[in-house]
Design a protein around this ligand. Structure first.
Ligand code: NAI
Length: 373
């Protein structure tokens, strides 16, 4: 088993911070993957992990994906992630624990800017932000709020590009789309797809969420254990990551995969296998970039119209990835990985330190983010 620092070296991480606060019971990891393009941005996840090592590895993978996501979205920021080891993610977080996270983030001086992620609530983020101003995506004036509707809009742009690549026609009408996970993004996505007259089917471990969509949108419910094997034009994973491995790809009966979940592939070999089987894959960190694009707008003064216009550029990015994949004779997953690494290497400028300017501050040091706190 590799040491954590070996993994960091392999994946290109700059820094991993371990936090223990016995008074509040906080045990957490903050992974800063890259600040070459600017301060790292990424969510705080509260989750129960089988082991501490699993938590660290998750933070490493998720923060790297955030760097790649920002790089291909053309944003001047890097990738980071905070993972809190939390035995019952459905139990409310205590105030002392949240304040301790806030202090740990503050000590990084802006090298890591936090946002909401799985298990976190708007209230959690508000409490954390009492200790640090390096928190984004808050509700209220100047904040960009819940990103999931913009994420879903971005997935639809990606999906249109995918079906255009398959059949030369970007319309989603009458396409069968199977959505795994009817949470924040999945629900918005289903509504958008129904509005485009797609033929939608949904599965979720929480049956009441599926039932609500069956009632309100007239979609079909599909069984949880066979959702990935449903015949369809597009399979849209919108639950958790790790959906596709070399083995599980064999069972798929879709023509394409395009969804919001982060880290859908267990590894790049699973992406190769998708290509091998003729299943077109829209790389997750490109298809789901609407959320981070929306958040980044906050750093220059939030404007929803501008966020939506930039989200529409996902189409161009996905086309570029398919083209690069064709030229190089590689799978789209590898093409996206290559292009992201290339932008970081070519346009990045070393490590970002507290007090350095950020791309969005016109040469001023980064101290203007939500100056009210
Ligand atoms: P969420 O927690 O609101 O929704 C996830 C849904 O998946 C829940 O309804 C849950 O019951 C369901 N689920 C979990 N395991 C499942 C399984 N095995 N089969 C079927 N359903 C299952 O999360 P949210 O915000 O909708 O995010 C969904 C995914 O998209 C996550 O992987 C997240 O990291 C990613 N993402 C979300 C963004 C956002 O703007 N919220 C932005 C970028 C990525």
């Amino acid at each position: 088993m590799n040491a954590i620092t070996d993994l960091m070296t392999e994946m290109g991480h700059e820094q991993v911070v371990f936090i223990a606060d016995p008074a509040s019971g906080l045990r957490a990891v903050i992974a800063v993957h890259s600040t070459a393009l600017g301060p790292s941005v990424g969510g705080i996840r509260f989750w129960r992990y089988p082991s501490e090592r699993d938590a660290v590895v998750d933070a490493l993978r998720l923060s790297q994906a955030m760097s790649f996501k920002a790089a291909l979205a053309g944003l001047d920021q890097g990738g980071g992630k905070a993972v809190v080891l939390y035995d019952d993610p459905t139990a409310p977080r205590s105030e002392p624990l949240l304040l301790a996270i806030g202090r740990a983030i503050d000590e990084l001086g802006g090298r890591y800017i936090a946002a909401e992620d799985v298990g976190a609530t708007p209230r959690d983020m508000e409490v954390i932000s009492r200790e640090t101003r390096w928190v984004s995506g808050l509700e209220g004036p100047g904040g960009s709020g819940d990103p999931s509707s913009v994420t879903a809009i971005g997935v639809v742009h990606a999906m249109r590009t995918v079906v255009e690549e398959l059949d030369g026609d970007s319309r989603l009408q009458d396409r069968r789309v199977v959505v795994q996970g009817a949470g924040h993004v999945g629900t918005h996505l289903v509504e958008l797809l129904v509005a485009e007259q797609a033929n939608v089917a949904v599965a979720d471990i929480r049956p009441e969420r599926v039932e609500a969509l069956v009632q309100s949108q007239g979609v079909e419910a599909v069984a949880l254990d066979s959702v990935l094997e449903e015949p369809c034009d597009v399979l849209a994973p919108c639950a958790l990551g790790g959906v596709f491995s070399v083995e599980s790809v064999e069972r798929l009966r879709c023509r394409a995969v395009c969804g919001a979940a982060n880290n859908q592939l267990v590894d790049l070999a699973a992406g190769d296998e998708l290509a091998e089987r003729g299943i077109l894959y829209a790389p997750d960190f490109v298809a789901n970039a609407g959320g981070i694009i929306n958040l980044a707008e906050e750093f220059v003064g939030y404007d929803r119209e501008r966020a939506l216009a930039r989200t529409a550029e996902i189409t161009k990015t996905i086309r570029g990835i398919f083209e690069h994949a064709r030229e190089r004779g590689i799978a789209p997953a590898r093409a996206a990985d290559e292009l992201a690494r290339r932008r970081i290497a070519e346009e990045g400028s070393g490590r970002w330190h507290p007090g350095d300017p950020a791309g969005w501050t016109n040469g001023e040091p980064l101290r203007t983010l939500r100056p009210d706190r």
